[in-house]
Design a protein around this ligand. Structure first.
Ligand code: 5GP
Length: 211
C-alpha cells in the first residue's frame, strides 16, 4: 500500500560528479507519475547539450539578482563563482498537487531549505571513493582541469556538512542506487508526523463510538 499524503520535499546533494543528475533522470523515467524535479536557475553558462528550461533556467547576473529581489527563490547560493537558486512557484504547486518534489542542490542551499521547511528529507549521494569521483569528473569531459580541481576542493568542504543529512546513498551500481533513493523517499510517507491529519480523522471517527 502506498501512503498518500502531501508531497515530500526531498533535497539530493552530493559531490560534484557523484552521479546525482543520472540518478534523478532514471528516477523520473521510472516513476514519472510520482515525482517532480525542480529546475533551478543559474548564472553559469550552459554545457554542451544543455537546454534552457530543461537542465536549468540560464540567467544573467542581473536577471538572477532580480529574482532574488522579487523573492521568487526558495533559496540560492554561490557555487564556484556562479549563482544557483530554486524557483519557488513550481515547488509549491507540485507539493500541493501531492507530488514528491526533488531539489538537486548543493549543501548551503540544502541547509537553507531545511531551516525554512523542517520536514524536508535530505539525501547525500557519494561515489564509492575519491579516486572514482575524480575519474568520473574527468570522464564527463565537460570541464577544464582547472574547474575539476575547484570542484574536488569544494567536495572536501561539502563532506563537512554530511552530518546534517538524513541518509547517505552510495552510488556504485546505478540501478540499485535509484531504487534506494526511491524507497527512502516513499518510506517518508509513513512517518507519523506526516500523517497527523489522518490520525485526527481516525480519532474523530472513533469518538462516534464513545458510550
Ligand atoms: P552544476 O554546475 O554541476 O550543474 O551544479 C553545481 C552545483 O550546484 C551542484 O552541486 C548542484 O547540485 C548545485 N545546484 C544546482 N541547482 C541549485 C540550486 O537551485 N540551488 C543551490 N543551492 N544549488 C544548486
Amino acid at each position: 500500500m502506498t501512503q498518500r499524503n502531501k508531497g515530500i520535499l526531498t533535497v539530493v546533494s552530493g559531490f560534484s560528479g557523484a552521479g546525482k543528475g543520472t540518478i534523478m533522470k532514471e528516477l523520473m523515467k521510472k516513476y514519472s507519475e510520482q515525482y517532480a524535479l525542480s529546475v533551478s536557475a543559474t548564472t553559469r553558462a550552459p554545457r554542451c547539450g544543455e537546454t534552457d528550461g530543461v537542465e536549468y533556467f540560464f540567467k544573467s547576473r542581473e536577471e538572477f539578482e532580480q529574482m532574488i529581489a522579487d523573492e521568487a527563490l526558495i533559496e540560492y547560493a554561490q557555487y564556484v563563482g556562479n549563482y544557483y537558486g530554486t524557483p519557488k512557484a513550481y515547488v509549491e504547486e507540485q507539493l500541493n498537487a501531492g507530488k514528491d518534489v526533488i531539489l538537486e542542490i548543493e549543501i548551503q542551499g540544502a541547509l537553507k531549505v531545511k531551516k525554512r521547511f523542517p520536514d524536508t528529507l535530505l539525501l547525500f549521494v557519494t561515489p564509492p571513493s575519491a579516486d572514482e569521483l575524480k575519474k568520473r569528473l574527468i570522464g564527463r569531459g565537460t570541464e577544464t582541469m582547472d574547474v575539476i580541481e575547484s570542484r574536488l576542493a569544494r567536495a572536501l568542504e561539502e563532506a563537512e556538512g554530511i552530518e546534517e543529512y538524513d541518509y547517505l546513498v552510495n552510488n556504485d551500481v546505478l540501478d540499485e542506487c535509484v531504487e534506494e533513493v526511491h524507497e527512502l523517499i516513499q518510506n517518508e510517507h509513513y512517518r507519523v508526523s506526516r500523517n497527523i491529519e489522518a490520525i485526527n480523522t481516525m480519532r474523530d471517527e472513533l469518538k462516534g463510538f464513545k458510550r
